[in-house]
Design a protein. Structure first.
Ligand SMILES: Cc1cc2nc3c(=O)[nH]c(=O)nc-3n(C[C@H](O)[C@H](O)[C@H](O)COP(=O)(O)OP(=O)(O)OC[C@H]3O[C@@H](n4cnc5c(N)ncnc54)[C@H](O)[C@@H]3O)c2cc1C
Length: 382
């Protein structure tokens, strides 16, 4: 049976997240974005309220919630401020490889630190390799009890504030998935340096930087799971588990844009009536609502599959790709409904649209999601 009802606990969680977004995120989002401010105090408040670290097990200090709970909470955070949602989202992205494959000591130490308020970051992309993960060139060579890591990562969310990094590196000199291994690297390691804050189109509160490794010594104990060659699987599991959440951020941002446009459409008058009364506008709003509903159903389906322990690669790709693409469409239409004011930074529509674009790029581009979808479905035709 498919059940679309929320239970009492979920209703309370969503209400809590919505109120937090209304009181803490929406009033600050414009200022954070304009000044490029990292919202450390609000991250602290969200954690105190129990809105972060949703799917980290309780034994390590997390909330121990379901993936479905996580996407519901995160839709509200994305509606509040997608930049904020990205910061808290990348911390979870870095935690997933540890939850999935970490040793007990790694879970206790590094998940424990995140649950105590530290931030972690996920270092896969490099200047020369994004979609093509296998093409990374960062190396980790075992010397005695340490790996020596050399290389550079690019576009790392939260890097300037991270306490530790999940880093994908090559432990064998081969162009194979088996050459990839995952490491936990402390931010204060000698030889690790974090670059300047990138000037981005949107989500400017989410700190994004390069991270370089110059002969960084990493204890053998920080090889994730204690096994070489498992990095590809860890990185991909992290994507499967975080794509429904990214989808919920994109659709939450789209929902925020639609709500703001809807209100404006009833206030703004042209030719003697509200612009909502022009069918071209009310139909545009109806299209937005349908797209958002569809995106939510896909995100919930992928999250529910994860909750059942099922492989969710296809469902997560559908959810991420659809929410990212409709997020761009809905926010662009919201700008249109605001007319000239939509083009002004005085109104939220422009910021929503700038913030929407990144969902088609990070966490696997929309083209890469289509690649996954087509490959996964094609298995049934071979
Ligand atoms: C703001 C921001 C934050 C980010 N945060 C992180 C982070 O925290 N951690 C991290 O590791 N990375 C992060 N990234 C990196 C992001 O995941 C990559 O930018 C993304 O995966 C694309 O890689 P690329 O930029 O190298 O583009 P490329 O891989 O060079 O792709 C360029 C274009 O070609 C297309 N393309 C590539 N290959 C194919 C193909 N086989 N078929 C069809 N089309 C293809 C792509 O879709 C894209 O349109 C972030 C990026 C940004 C901009």
């Amino acid at each position: 049976m498919v059940d679309f009802e929320l239970n009492e606990e979920q209703e309370m969680l969503v209400e809590l997240a919505r109120t937090f977004a209304d009181d803490e995120l929406i009033p600050n989002a414009e200022h954070w974005d304009r000044e490029g401010l990292f919202p450390a105090e609000s991250i602290y408040k969200a954690r105190e309220l129990g809105l972060l670290n949703c799917t980290i097990p309780q034994e390590y200090g997390g909330m121990g919630l379901s993936f479905l709970d996580e996407v519901m909470i995160n839709e509200e955070l994305g509606r509040g401020d997608p930049g904020f949602a990205t910061i808290t989202g990348v911390t979870m992205l870095a935690c997933h490889p540890i939850i999935y494959a970490g040793t007990e000591e790694q879970k206790q130490e590094y998940l424990g630190r995140v649950c105590d308020g530290k931030i972690s970051a996920y270092c896969v992309t490099e200047p020369g390799a994004g979609s093509d993960v296998k093409a990374i060139t960062t190396t980790a060579i075992l010397e005695g009890d340490n790996y020596i890591v050399n290389g550079a990562k690019m576009w790392i969310g939260g890097a300037g504030h991270a306490d530790w990094f999940y880093v994908l590196a090559k432990t064998a000199d081969e162009n194979t998935y088996g050459a990839l291994s995952g490491f936990i690297i402390e931010a204060n390691s000698p030889g690790l340096s974090v670059g300047k804050k990138e000037e981005k189109m949107g989500q400017r509160s989410s700190d994004t930087r390069s991270v370089s490794f110059d002969n960084v010594k990493v204890p053998k104990a920080n090889l994730v799971g204690g096994v070489e060659g498992n990095g590809w699987l860890q990185a991909m599991v992290a994507f499967d588990r975080s794509r429904p959440m990214l989808a919920s951020h994109a659709l939450g941002n789209a929902r925020g844009a639609m709500e703001e446009a809807w209100q404006y459409a009833n206030e703004r008058r042209t030719f003697g009536k509200s612009i909502f009364e022009h069918q071209a506008i009310s139909f545009m709003l109806a299209d937005m609502a349908t797209k958002i509903e569809g995106a939510r159903l896909l995100a919930h389906k992928a999250a529910s599959m994860l909750d059942k322990g099922e492989r969710a690669t296809l469902a997560a790709a559908h959810a991420k790709r659809y929410a990212a693409d409709i997020g761009m469409e809905v926010t662009t239409d919201a700008v249109q409904i605001f007319g000239g004011y939509g083009y002004s930074e005085e109104f939220p529509a422009a910021r929503r649209m700038r913030g929407a674009k990144i969902y088609q790029i990070f966490g696997g581009t929309s083209q890469i999601q289509k690649l996954i979808i087509s490959r996964e479905i094609n298995k049934d035709y071979q």
